[in-house]
Ligand binder design. Structure first.
Ligand SMILES: [Zn+2]
Ligand SMILES: [Zn+2]
Length: 81
């Protein structure tokens, strides 16, 4: 679905493995996940967090937000969340 340098300045997101319905929302989740990697965020064990590891599947519908820990990391890098 996506790949991002961690940390780095580039990432890619693809809709290829996403389901046909709700495609744009899922692509948003994948994109924000990869952008999180470029900010130095590792994968997160919180099920609803955008930084959850997809582990070969597609859990994007269960991801609703950044958890407090990931959010704090991004806010410290000047993200307006
Ligand atoms: Zn990832
Ligand atoms: Zn998290």
């Amino acid at each position: 679905m996506g790949l991002g340098l961690c940390p780095g300045q580039v990432c890619v997101a693809s809709s290829f493995r996403l389901s046909k319905t709700d495609n744009m929302r899922q692509l948003f989740v994948v994109s924000i996940h990869e952008l999180g990697h470029t900010q130095g965020l590792p994968h997160c064990p919180v099920k609803t967090c955008f930084m959850r590891d997809a582990e070969g599947g597609n859990p994007t519908n269960e991801e609703t937000e950044f958890c407090p820990k990931c959010k704090a990391h991004l806010v410290s890098r000047a993200w307006a969340l």
